[in-house]
Design a protein around this ligand. Sequence first.
Ligand SMILES: CC(C)(COP(=O)(O)OP(=O)(O)OC[C@H]1O[C@@H](n2cnc3c(N)ncnc32)[C@H](O)[C@@H]1OP(=O)(O)O)[C@@H](O)C(=O)NCCC(=O)NCCS
Length: 195
Amino acid sequence: MRHEPFQNAPVAENTSVKIRPAELRDLPALLAIYNHAVAHLTALWTDRLEDLDGRRSWLLARRNAGFPVLVAVDGEDQVLGYGSYGWFRPADGYRKTVEHSVYVNPGLQGGGIGTALLKALIDHAKSAGMHVMIAAIDGENGGSIRFHEQHGFAESGRLPQAGTKFGRWLDLVLMTRVLDVGDTPASSMSAKLDA
Ligand SMILES: CC(C)(COP(=O)(O)OP(=O)(O)OC[C@H]1O[C@@H](n2cnc3c(N)ncnc32)[C@H](O)[C@@H]1OP(=O)(O)O)[C@@H](O)C(=O)NCCC(=O)NCCS
């Protein structure tokens, strides 16, 4: 589904947006945002609507792995959007690379909420010693592609027709940002030899 340009300025200018870790009480809001994307957007390549148990398992799995699930909330602690990251691929050679996603409540997009979430995720990843962040985006999702460009991500790969939803093929665009220019980490092999 193509993302339409913003039609209004959604969040009142004086609304203060706070970013905090997601709690179990946020699950209904996280579920609603997730299921809206499943039903209406190509931001998520699945047709399977989730339930609260599924979202709870996801949240706890992310937490237990030490990954952030962050929510943006308004002054009354209502969830406006969320963001998270997890491993890009499971092999240990990818241990410094994470894949993230950000979702803002439909109707609240274009008000800076996604920016606040993405900045917090980038800060978290830097603090956790991650080296690269990757967004895997539907090639039709020009809004998300521009959003990531604004935050220093660059297109690094395009996989034609890598997925399908709503009866058509979708291209996967990989956008990456290198977070630091630190030293190459010691290989697990040399770490063992030194021990
Ligand atoms: C993509 C998304 C997370 C961005 O969050 P946001 O709060 O809407 O974005 P912000 O207000 O912080 O930043 C706005 C910038 O993002 C880009 N952008 C985001 N969505 C856009 C849209 N629908 N149309 C045009 N530009 C868009 C623009 O570059 C815009 O900057 P500009 O207003 O100066 O042109 C949000 O729109 C969203 O949840 N979209 C649906 C789900 C999705 O696609 N998630 C990303 C999966 S990888």
